[in-house]
Ligand binder design. Structure first.
Ligand SMILES: [Zn+2]
Ligand SMILES: [Zn+2]
Length: 309
């Protein structure tokens, strides 16, 4: 069976309202169970029958038979989710198949990478979250926003959730773990000339991270890839800066003011040095051509203290 056929068959199983309602009923019944360390109790046939509007038990039996294997597992005591069932039912319950509600226009401070403007505007553009610069009228940064995320929050609280989600996800990417599917990610460093030419942008290199399973791609300036790693997050945290709660449109300030820089320092092997500066301290990271950390070094620029890992 081709991968396309297998996927089409799996999703065809859901083209029936009763089956979707069965998955919802199992999830809601699990949610209503008393808290337990032992995980969820399977839901019995009769419990499902009580919760789902189907004509008779043989109809329910038929639908459960269809769902079992792909979305449900059958045990002695009843039914529980497979991995795919658990993933799809969260998507269904969160109603993330709908359009996100309009978030309006949210004024936010940050830095336009192109012109340096610090008062920016966040809004949705074709369902995607975008921060735009009103001065040069360009998108400064963008990210995915889920309908559930937009429904649960607004204004500054919504921006907080976006910053933190993007920060945590980009952190996972740096550990070569795909935030979408947990598959393996490959990374490569590219000079800005190899990609879409950007005028007047203080970035010499970008990283592209690709998931070999779901093909999701993440890209960012090389200093961002270095910054969202444990050594850098800890470096800033110790100095009162919560990098994981800092939006990309806020981090662009570090590129424009020269606090975060990157340069190619070796060709055999190819190596890049990223320097992240904070007051009188620097964190220097050396990355290889696959954007893996080769070594890090903390330098106190005034006293000359230095420690390497
Ligand atoms: Zn601008
Ligand atoms: Zn993936």
């Amino acid at each position: 069976m081709t991968a396309g056929r297998a996927a089409a068959d799996a999703f065809a199983l859901l083209s029936d309202e009763s089956r979707v309602n069965i998955l919802r009923a199992v999830a809601m019944a699990q949610y209503e169970q008393a808290p337990s360390n032992a995980g969820f109790e399977p839901l019995s046939f009769s419990e499902i029958y009580d919760r789902v509007d189907v004509d008779n038990t043989s109809k329910l039996s038929y639908h459960l038979g269809e769902l079992t294997g792909t979305y449900l597992r059958k045990h002695d005591g009843g039914y529980s989710f497979t991995h795919a069932g658990d993933r799809i039912v969260r998507f269904i319950l969160a109603e993330n198949f709908r359009r996100p509600a309009d978030i309006g226009s949210i004024e936010t401070s940050g830095t336009c990478l192109y012109c340096g403007e610090t008062t920016l505007e966040a809004r949705l553009d074709e369902q995607y979250f975008v921060v735009r610069c009103p001065t040069c009228d360009r998108p400064v940064t963008g990210y995915t926003l889920t309908p559930a995320q937009a429904r649960a929050r607004s204004g500054e609280t919504l921006l907080e959730s976006l910053k933190r989600k993007q920060g945590m996800e980009f952190g996972l990417v740096q550990a070569e773990i795909c935030p979408e599917c947990a598959g393996r990610m490959d990374a490569a460093v590219h000079s800005v000339e190899e990609l879409t030419p950007l005028e007047d942008v203080p970035v010499s290199h970008f990283t592209l991270h690709d998931c070999e399973s779901c093909r999701r791609r993440y890209s960012g300036p090389l200093p961002f890839a270095a910054a969202f790693r444990t050594a850098s997050i800890a470096f800033y945290w110790e100095r009162g800066v919560d990098l994981l709660g800092t939006g990309w449109w806020e981090c662009y300030r570090f590129l424009r003011d020269g606090c975060w820089t990157s340069e190619r320092v070796g060709s055999d092997p190819v190596e890049y040095r990223v320097v992240l500066r904070h007051e009188d301290a620097e964190l220097r990271l050396v990355l290889d051509d696959d954007a893996r950390t080769v070594r890090t070094e903390r330098v106190r620029t005034r006293s000359g203290d230095r420690s390497s890992t």
